[in-house]
Design a protein around this ligand. Structure first.
Ligand SMILES: [Cu+2]
Length: 489
């Protein structure tokens, strides 16, 4: 789907890019990090407009999204103030933006009720504020999560503009002692519209945007990726050095197929879930490249290439299907061989008691699906089981708290859709009726065009009780209806 940002804003942003020297090496910048004190992390976050007319989080008067670092058992208190203009500057997908906003804590196993991870009843209009108090359970898995805004009808524009940040639940080194002492690098990958014409061509050239489509999509590419807000920054990684990378795909509607040229990822967690927590026989997975749908996270150990290699972190071309949006290959960052400065955050030893869950789900996997989610689309919108989301709709499905349930996700369309369900992780164990060799616990899963994915939903945690949602995480699809309610009871 094309961005429908006003032309003047595109031109202004592109001119700013042009005014910079040709191919300046941008350094990788990191967001401010906030930690809990006395088991409480308290902050005030604003929603506001940047100089080039984009929606943005503001923290301490600066347009930025702090990285929130919490431990199991901590409380997250956020006063979220909506300073967006009462007369919106932007147009959203289904009409003029209202500039309403809220927060979603993607992947966290917390309550979906106010004042926690509630995207249905908590909404701030311009001039209003929201008070979040989120209790991180004592047994919460450690890993990389993220927060972003989630107002139905406006999510795409706000997330495309960059209203997202990283959230780390500490303690992953208790599952992987080999991480202790490694430099940690948090990489937040966002999308950016490039508009059309010669200015777009310049931006496209800077990231070596692939001109060849790898699928049947017919539109010209309209977006590129940034890393921590910078276009093609440098990541310092000395030859042979091992670092712990924590990557979130925070784009509104583009897939990443991540590859560190010439190297492999030693994956320790996906979507915040340490692999060893549920699969002690396969502690890590080795991969040359990793597909991350929008909202997906990769946590992996990487090793620096040789000094002469001039390698890149890239996203490979993703075939999103005949009806899909272009998702071409491009360079995300240059790997440069300096060793990192001493100030870099290093993973430190903590004491979190690892919880290795041995679950016998074989009977539920073989049982018929207890619920089927079918994605469809037409020129009027995007649907789950034939229905568009409505704020006053009844829940489409009721889930009994304390159960594990086989769900089947069916993609009856000619483009990819990633399914996400709030608060819940699930085991994706079969694709197109074939078993997945080494299944993963995820909170967002890609569903192939014309295909199926079978999952076991984990509804066992008693803190997940109340009304919530599941949806396609291509946020333009979600805004246009591809979302439904679930009642955990
Ligand atoms: Cu979709």
């Amino acid at each position: 789907m094309r961005s429908i940002r006003p032309v003047a804003v595109v031109v202004l942003a592109s001119l700013c890019a042009l005014a910079m020297p040709r191919m300046p090496a941008q350094q990788l910048s990191n967001s401010p990090e906030l930690r809990a004190k006395g088991h409480i992390l308290s902050l005030t976050l604003h929603a506001g407009i940047t100089g080039d007319g984009k929606d943005s989080f503001y923290f301490n008067g600066q347009p930025s999204a702090p990285t929130l670092r919490l431990s199991p058992g901590d409380q997250l208190k956020i006063t979220y103030i909506n300073d967006l203009p009462a007369k919106p500057l932007e147009r959203c997908l289904i009409g003029p933006c209202l500039d309403m906003t809220n927060l979603h804590f993607h992947g966290l196993t917390v309550s979906p009720d106010r004042p926690q991870d509630d995207v249905l009843d908590m909404m701030a209009m311009p001039g209003q504020s929201l008070s979040y108090v989120v209790h991180i359970p004592k047994d919460h898995p450690p890993g990389l999560y993220w927060y972003h805004t989630h107002p139905h009808g406006e999510s795409y524009q706000q997330v495309l503009d960059g209203m997202s940040g990283a959230l780390v639940i500490e303690g992953i080194e208790s599952y992987y002692p080999e991480l202790a002492g490694l430099p940690e690098q948090i990489l937040i990958v966002r999308g950016r519209s490039i508009g059309r014409g010669p200015l777009a061509a310049d931006l496209a050239q800077r990231v070596h945007l692939g001109s060849n489509a790898c699928g049947g999509e017919s539109e010209a590419p309209s977006e590129i990726f940034t890393v921590n807000g910078a276009l093609r920054p440098q990541i310092e990684l000395a030859p042979g050095e091992r670092q712990f990378w924590r990557v979130v795909n925070a784009s509104a509607d583009r897939y990443l197929d991540l590859q560190l040229e010439g190297q492999t990822f030693e994956i320790v967690a996906m979507d915040g879930m340490p692999i060893v927590r549920h699969d002690t026989n396969h502690r890590t997975r080795i991969a040359n490249h990793v597909l991350l749908p929008p909202a997906g996270r990769l946590e992996a150990i990487v090793t620096g290439p040789t000094a002469e290699a001039h390698e890149h972190l890239i996203s490979r071309c993703v075939d999103t299907g005949p009806e899909g949006d272009p998702n071409p290959a491009m360079i995300l960052a240059d790997i440069v061989p300096q060793s990192r400065p001493e100030s870099t955050h290093k993973i430190s030893k903590r004491h979190v008691k690892p919880d290795f869950g041995t679950l016998d789900l074989a009977a539920e996997e073989k049982a018929p699906p207890r619920f089927t989610v079918t994605f469809t689309e037409d020129d009027k919108g995007f649907y789950i089981n034939g229905a568009k989301f409505a704020p006053d709709a009844a829940p489409m499905v009721h889930a009994k708290v304390g159960t594990f349930q086989h769900w089947r996700i069916v993609n009856a369309s000619a483009e990819l859709h990633p399914l996400h369900i709030h608060q819940v992780h699930f085991l994706a164990y079969a694709e197109n009726d074939k078993p997945i060799a080494e299944p993963l616990w995820l909170d967002t899963v890609n569903v192939p065009t014309g295909g199926t994915v079978d999952v076991i939903m984990d509804f066992s945690d008693p803190v997940i009780r109340g009304m919530s949602v599941f949806h396609c995480h291509l946020l333009n699809h979600e805004d246009k209806g591809m979302m439904a309610k679930i009642l955990f009871e």
